[in-house]
Design a binder for this molecule. Sequence first.
Ligand code: SF4
Length: 409
Amino acid sequence: MAFEPPDEEAPRGPLPVVRPADPSARRAELFPQASDAEWNDWRWPQRHAARDAASLSRLLPLTDDERAGLDETAKVFRVGVSPYYLTLIDPSHPYCPVRMQAIPRRAEAEVRPGELEDPLGEDPHRPVEAIVHKYPDRVLLLATDTCSVYCRHCTRRRITKGGASELTKTQLQLGLDYIASHPEVRDVLISGGDPLILSDERLEQVLRGLRAIPHVEIIRIGTRAPVTLPMRVTPALAQLLRRYAPLYVVTHFNHGKEVTPEARAACELLVDHGVPVENQAVLMRRLNSDARIIKELNHACLTMRVRPYYLHQMDVAEGCEHLRTPIEKGVEILRELRGFTSGLAVPHLAVDLPGGGGKVTLQPDYVVEKSASETVFRNYRGERYAYPEPTETDCTCPYEEVWQRRAHA
Ligand code: SF4
């Protein structure tokens, strides 16, 4: 049964009660022609992604709002949903969190005042095509403009909308040369687009180039492949990534519905090979804007040894206002996590300031009173506790002078 989402201005009645769709039944229904070998070879799903309104409507009953969204955003941002991610979509519920991330609605075609094409202010910090150098000790290496799913909340859509494509050999070399000539860069985040859309061979060229630069200590890869194309994470890929350690995979689960057996196997394969995996979720209105959902997601991540790292306030990107939550919602969610579950399950709540101000983090204010002799806090249960201040306040570290000398020995 398909039905229309209620008008945002209309009174919110209860939505129909439906059971979540079973992904394996959906695969048999939607892709009966795919053999297991094809399904599990990531190139097949990549070739068979639904890339327009016509193919999506053959696979899913679309709402009027989605049909209008597909039509009105066609010139602004591309559509692409991997067959695997499609099987996670609930065909009968417009607020299915996977569906909301994959299929545009009409609101996405509207650019509201204050929304920005480059919400993180990256373009003024691109000394060469492949590099964004905004922070003192780290850079972003933009490896490709391609993804397995084009997320409706993507804030780098000016790149992922297409046209930039995979880095050419020359662009990559210019990016590597830039990093090599900046000894302050100790951390490189490879992103795009989704770098795991590159072949193993191409990815290894990038990693080899980075590892040849002595001052690059840490490599990170930002990818949604474990979420949207988990078959991409093969033993060969996990071994390849391990060879370039210390290398972290930063992935992007937003809802517990995405933590499937396949996604779990992909994350566990990476971790088993010694590749740490962290999760950055984005808080989205009516999709995961609820403490219970975020807690369940973070617990699920921890059970597959993926650390919940950031919960991002949605960036002020063009066409995304309908997904933005008030700042207070994120703080309220953290308030409902801290103390009620393990600290490992409590991510940093980050706001990436519009226009390139960089990230700031927020948390609930637990301080009630402050004086020279004590600070009084309210704990997670609302009870008051005083922390006495020490009488000695000199915090300089005398051994530091000795320890610092080792660098110049
Ligand atoms: S996978 Fe990442 S880069 Fe690609 S569309 Fe989604 S959020 Fe954007």
